[in-house]
Ligand binder design. Structure first.
Ligand SMILES: [Zn+2]
Ligand SMILES: [Zn+2]
Ligand SMILES: [Zn+2]
Length: 354
């Protein structure tokens, strides 16, 4: 993410002693004369105008101010001694910098009415032009606690019931009991898929389209983002915001990146597709693979095997399905097995009853 500078604005600070709002460049309260303490933060004015005065811009760029270790007064960066008490500033506290104070406010802010005489003053004025009273806004009301959106209670009830049902299902399917049964019936089925090269539609970035493909239409899409410009890129920037520079000024910046566009193309390519299945099945213990009759341009693809064993346990029939040929071959008719049966009467696994 690259930062783009739009300029500097003068911040302001509120005197903790008299409540007067002072311009950021002022280190001592214009109203009562108290120095700005190091724990009083700079704030955004109602309307932020980019500073054009060269001296102010230099002050803004100079770096964070230093508070005198003896009297606490704020001194511009680079000062060696305190302007108020002449103390050595080497050990002074450097103001914090880099904190985003809020979205840049370039829009004209509405005039404010003087709390004393009621006459209107520009939003950034600090003192009433009519009567000279401080225009500092009365202490802001405490931020309203975010009201939690109240989802109807029944939504929670439904979610609760669904979770409960899932847990119950899982518990019931996992709980098994053992039943001894004898093999009553067996069957098997094996399939081999028959595949043919057929054209299929795919899409990919232009440089990733296989050489053998027939190219379809392409359109530009964002392939990635980066900090630096590139051919075929577009700069995208976020909302400008103001960063406290610790000097009474704020730097207005924007986070920007480049969206790099590339061609996303559809193409047609030949891929092996299943067109048919060769099947073999039987009711014995010797399953065999089917021999597919392949036509020109066809090949044998994936194989599948499925075995089904029906047990009789105390007059009740249980069906066990598996793809394990080893187990199946041991299921001689009449042989006895321990069946692990879950609550839904499904046979989960079987083992010989020795
Ligand atoms: Zn004051
Ligand atoms: Zn001092
Ligand atoms: Zn007034």
């Amino acid at each position: 993410m690259a930062k783009k500078e739009l300029g500097y604005v003068e911040l302001e600070w509120t005197c903790p002693h008299c409540g007067y709002k002072n311009p950021g460049s002022t280190t001592v309260c214009t109203s009562c004369g108290a120095a700005q303490p190091d724990n009083v933060q700079f704030e955004q004015p109602a309307q932020e105008n980019l500073v054009t005065d060269a001296a102010k811009i230099q002050r803004a760029k100079a770096g964070p101010d230093i508070h005198c270790p003896y009297c606490g007064a704020r001194n511009p960066a680079g000062s060696a001694t305190c302007s108020q008490c002449a103390g050595d500033l080497t050990e002074g506290a450097v103001r914090e910098t880099g904190k985003a104070v809020g979205a840049h406010r370039p829009q004209a802010a509405p005039d404010i009415a003087c709390p004393a005489c009621g006459s209107l003053n520009p939003a950034n004025a600090h003192r009433c032009a009519q009567c000279g009273s401080s225009l500092a806004a009365p202490k802001p009301a405490p931020a309203p606690t975010p009201t939690k959106s109240k989802a109807p209670i029944w939504i929670f009830a439904v979610i609760g019931l669904v979770i409960l049902a899932c847990v119950a299902f899982a518990v019931l399917s996992l709980r098994t009991e053992e039943v001894v049964g004898a093999v009553n019936d067996i069957s098997w089925e094996r399939t081999v898929s028959i595949e043919e090269l057929q054209p299929v539609q795919r899409s990919a970035w232009y440089d990733e389209v296989p050489a053998s493909a027939i190219l379809g239409s392409c359109r530009e899409q964002v392939r990635g983002t980066q900090d630096n410009p590139a051919p075929n890129s577009v700069e995208v920037c976020g909302t400008p915001y103001t960063v406290d520079e610790g000097s009474g000024f704020g730097q207005v910046v924007q986070d920007c990146h480049y969206e790099v566009y590339d061609d996303w193309c559809s193409y047609t390519v030949d891929e092996w597709q299943e067109v048919d299945k060769a099947r073999a099945n039987g009711r014995d213990l010797n399953p065999t693979w089917p021999q597919p009759q392949l036509l020109a341009g066809q090949r044998a693809g994936g194989r599948e095997e499925n075995y089904e064993i029906v047990f009789n346990a105390d007059g009740r029939a249980y069906t066990y399905k598996t793809s394990d040929e080893n187990i199946f071959r041991q299921c001689d008719l009449g042989s006895r097995w321990i069946l692990n049966v879950n609550t839904f009467n499904a046979v989960v696994s079987i083992e010989p009853n020795n």
